[in-house]
Design a protein around this ligand. Structure first.
Ligand SMILES: [Zn+2]
Length: 558
C-alpha cells in the first residue's frame, strides 16, 4: 500500500471547563484512528488546540477575578494533562489565542474581503446597559414569543422548540447583570454566503464526493438543495470581547466560530515550525496530504458549510473528510451533574480507574456512524472483565511464565516447519487471515466490529490452550516438545492479538512489549510473523473492575 500523509484533527475543546467523558468519546475515537494509521506505516500529524475566545471565557475570567489570558493558560494545562491521562497522542496541542491563529485568521478574512465576500451591515441587537456590552443570544433570558414559557434563551425555546430572534423575546433580561436589555444598532461584518458562488461551490464540495458519511450528506442535502441561497454569516462581535480585533475595524472582533477552526491550521503551523516542515505542503490547494476532521454531529454545520467555504474562497485546500460521531449518554440518560454521571476525566483517573477500560469500551460501541452511544456501567464492567482481563490478558497469564520457567523464555520457531494442516499452524494462520478485515474496520472507524472480530480470535486462542492443556502436558516428560510448541504458538498468537488491539489499548500493549517481548515495537506488518524469539515473565498487566469503583466515581461527581 502506498504511504499516506494525513493531517488529522479533533474538535477544539472550549477553554472554560473540564474535559469530561462526553468529550473523551471523540478524542479516543480520533486517537485510535491515528494510532492505527501510524501502526500501518502512514504519516499522521494529529493536531488540536484549546478554543479560547468569546463572551463565555471573558465572563468566566471576570467572575474568577483573573484575566482571560490567565484563565485560558490554566485550562490549557488541565486539558493537556487530561488528554495525556487517556493516552490521546496529539502531535501538537496548541491554542487559538496564538500568533499563528491571529495571522491565519487575518489572512483568510483579507482574502474573503478581496473576493467581495465580506459585507458590513448595520443590525439591531440587545445591549446590557449596566455591563455595557452587547449580549449573545445565550446570555438573554425571557418569555418565548410562541408558547410564553418563561426563562427561555434568546435564540430558542426549550419548551416548544421554537427558534426566533432575541429581539422577539418577551420581557427579556440580561443573564449577566439582570438588567432589562436595550435594543441598539451596531455594524457587523458578514461572510456573504448568499453569494451564488458559495452555494455552487458547497453543492459540489459536499454532495458530489465521499467526503461525508451518508447521514451527514443527507443533512447537507436538506440545507443545500431546498433553498435557493444560504444566509449570510455574522462573523463579528462588538467590544468588550475576548478575541482578535478585526484589522481596520476598531472595536470589532472576529466571532469565536470564525477563528476556532482556523485553530486547526494554527496548531499545524506551530507543528511545522517545530519540525522544520512547511505549512504550504499541507494547506496549498494542490496538497496531496489528506485533511481529516473528527467532530461531534452538533457542529456539522460549521465544518461542512462555513469552514470549507472560508478555505476555498481564501485560496486554500478544503477538508478531504469530515467524520461526525453521536453523543454519549450514561445508563440511558443524558449526562447529569445531579446523578453524578457528568464524569470528569480527572475524577476518573483520581478514583484509580484504568483509562484503557474506557478506551476499550468506547471502541466497542463506536461504529463510524452518527448514532448516539450509551455507557452502561454494568455492561462496561462485564465487557472489560470478560474480554480484556478474562480473555486477552489471560492468554499471557497462562503461557508466558510457563515458557520462561521451562524453556528459558525461548520460543520454538517451528510454526512454519510444522505441517500447515496442524492445529498449531491453522490457529496462527487464522490470526493472519483476520488482519485485513480488522484493518478495514479500523479505517472505517467501525471499532465495534474491530472489537468483535478480535474477541473472536481471543476465543480461538483460549480454546486452543484449553484443548491442549499445557498444565497437564507439563507433567508428562514425553510431551516436552509438544508443550514447547503449544506455548510458542500461544505466545505468537498473543503477540498478534496485541498488534490488533494496540490502537485501542496502547498503554497495556506498550507494557507487554516492554516486559514480555523484550522491548519489541510491533507494527501491523508484523502480524504475518511477529519477530519474537525470546520472552520474559511479566508482572501485573490489568486488574478487574468492581462495581464499588464505579459507585465511588459517581459519588465523586455528585
Ligand atoms: Zn416556546
Amino acid at each position: 500500500m502506498p504511504k499516506r500523509s494525513i493531517f488529522l484533527t479533533s474538535a477544539l475543546p472550549y477553554a472554560n471547563g473540564a474535559i469530561h467523558i462526553g468529550h473523551l468519546v471523540e478524542y479516543i475515537q480520533t486517537d485510535i484512528w491515528a494510532r492505527f494509521q501510524r501502526l500501518s506505516g502512514h504519516e499522521v500529524v494529529y493536531a488540536c488546540a484549546d478554543d479560547t475566545h468569546g463572551t463565555p471565557i471573558m465572563l468566566r475570567a471576570q467572575k474568577e477575578g483573573v484575566t482571560p489570558e490567565a484563565l485560558i493558560e490554566r485550562v490549557w494545562h488541565e486539558h493537556k494533562r487530561d488528554f495525556a491521562s487517556f493516552a490521546v497522542g496529539f502531535d501538537i496541542y496548541h491554542s487559538t489565542h496564538s500568533d499563528e491563529n491571529r495571522a491565519l485568521s487575518e489572512q483568510i478574512y483579507a482574502a474573503l474581503k478581496r473576493d467581495g465576500l465580506i459585507e458590513v451591515r448595520n443590525i439591531e441587537q440587545l445591549y446590557d446597559p449596566i455591563e455595557k456590552m452587547f449580549l449573545p443570544d445565550r446570555f438573554i433570558r425571557g418569555e418565548c414569543p410562541k408558547c410564553h414559557a418563561k426563562e427561555q434563551y434568546g435564540d430558542s425555546c426549550e419548551a416548544c422548540g421554537a427558534t426566533y430572534s432575541p429581539t422577539d423575546l418577551l420581557n427579556p433580561v440580561s443573564a449577566v447583570s439582570g438588567a432589562t436589555p436595550e435594543t441598539r444598532q451596531s455594524d457587523h461584518h458578514f461572510f456573504r454566503l448568499s453569494d451564488p458562488r458559495c452555494l455552487a461551490f458547497l453543492r459540489d464540495w459536499a454532495l458530489h464526493s465521499n467526503r461525508l458519511q451518508p447521514e451527514a450528506a443527507n443533512k447537507l442535502r436538506e440545507w443545500l438543495e431546498t433553498d435557493e441561497s444560504l444566509s449570510d454569516w455574522d462573523i463579528s462581535r462588538d467590544a468588550p470581547y475576548f478575541g482578535f480585533e478585526i484589522p481596520g475595524a476598531p472595536g470589532k472582533y472576529f466571532y469565536v466560530w470564525l477563528d476556532a477552526p482556523v485553530g486547526y491550521y494554527a496548531a499545524l503551523a506551530r507543528w511545522c515550525d517545530e519540525h522544520g516542515d512547511t505549512l504550504e505542503r499541507f494547506i496549498s490547494p494542490d496538497s496531496t496530504v489528506e485533511q481529516v476532521h473528527f467532530i461531534g454531529k452538533d457542529i456539522l454545520y460549521f465544518h461542512t458549510l462555513f469552514w470549507p467555504a472560508m478555505l476555498h474562497f481564501a485560496g486554500m485546500r478544503t477538508p478531504s473528510r469530515v467524520y461526525a460521531h453521536g453523543f454519549l449518554t450514561v445508563d440511558g440518560s443524558k449526562m447529569s451533574k445531579s446523578r453524578g454521571t457528568f464524569i470528569t476525566a480527572q475524577s476518573y483517573i483520581d478514583e484509580g480507574l484504568n483509562p484503557e477500560w474506557l478506551r476499550y469500551y468506547f471502541a466497542s460501541k463506536l461504529n463510524g456512524s452518527m448514532e448516539d452511544l450509551d455507557l452502561q456501567f454494568n455492561d462496561f464492567i462485564a465487557k472489560v472483565n470478560s474480554d480484556l482481563v478474562g480473555k486477552y490478558v489471560n492468554i499471557a497469564s497462562r503461557s508466558a511464565g510457563f515458557i520462561t520457567r521451562r524453556f528459558d523464555g525461548q520460543l520454538l520457531d517451528d510454526a512454519r516447519a510444522s505441517s500447515p494442516s496442524s492445529d498449531h499452524a491453522l490457529l496462527e494462520q487464522s490470526l493472519v487471515d483476520g488482519g485485513p478485515s480488522i484493518a478495514l474496520a479500523y479505517e472505517e472507524r467501525d471499532t465495534a466490529r474491530v472489537v468483535r472480530e478480535v474477541v473472536a480470535l481471543m476465543d480461538a486462542v483460549n480454546e486452543y490452550v484449553d484443548r491442549h492443556k499445557p498444565w497437564e502436558m507439563a507433567k508428562r516428560p514425553d510431551d516436552e516438545a509438544l508443550l514447547h510448541r503449544v506455548l510458542s504458538t500461544t505466545m505468537r498468537c498473543f503477540a498478534r492479538l496485541s498488534i490488533l488491539i494496540k490502537p485501542i489499548c496502547p498503554l497495556t500493549v506498550a507494557q507487554i512489549e516492554e516486559e514480555i517481548f523484550k522491548s519489541a515495537s510491533l507494527t501491523w506488518s508484523d502480524l504475518d510473523y511477529p519477530p519474537i524469539s525470546r520472552l520474559d515473565a511479566f508482572r501485573h498487566l490489568m486488574s478487574r473492575i468492581d462495581r464499588d469503583a464505579i459507585d465511588r466515581l459517581i459519588l465523586a461527581n455528585r
